[in-house]
Design a protein. Sequence first.
Length: 268
Amino acid sequence: MQLYVGDYLRDTRHLTAEQHGAYLLLLMAAWNAGGKLPNDPRKLARLAACTPSRWAKIADDLMEFFEVDGDHITNRRLSLELKKASEKSIKRAEAGTRGGQATALKSKEPQAANATVLPQHSSEPEPEKIDNPTGYSRPKADPLPVRQAFDEWNAVATTHRLPIARDLTKARQRQISARLSSSGIAGWREALSAVAASPLCRGENERGWRADLDFVCQPKSFAKLREGSFAPAGKSGQGPPRAPAAMSPELIAARRALLEQAPETPNA
């Protein structure tokens, strides 16, 4: 999906950082879905990586960019870009076919000029073998959307003030690819939604720790996010991990007294 930064900023100056992140996630989802999204607030909230209650507060400004088409919503600019991308793809395929045919003709001409006459055993010419009757090159499997997953993390990070990943390093590419291979883009989005919904992951803890991309990419934490282990207490079978209980003043004083009474170790 190509993003025209100037046009985007011109039309979205009034959006908050949270709305920017949600809008970009919706555009990415619409691009992958062929230009349409379900006209369902709960599904849209999940695609935007926010809770239904939060979506209700930010939806009015975002829905101005979409048009309702029955049970779906569409974005006019994105639909035009999808059409242009499809037309370019068809033209490239046709150009590749013409180039392949021209190369085949050139390679056959010298062979015909140097060929010697051989006795024919049949008056019927041998039919030419055609490996690819359509003339089009076989499509290759699309690579895993690693860059898209990377951008979706940064959209969530921008919305919830989490650490933004600056570089898509080779190590991160391998980690994201591994998570996508096992769970797909849907599983990746489940993990991002879990981060967005978790107060612990958003920094509401004693240490001020916040989840980052490398944390999400770890196999163990990725699985726990999808299983709901970091969900707010009462939202799943298991609440967020608790911090160790602080020692009472009496226990601290007793421990200090024991240390003071302990004999000193003689120097070697």
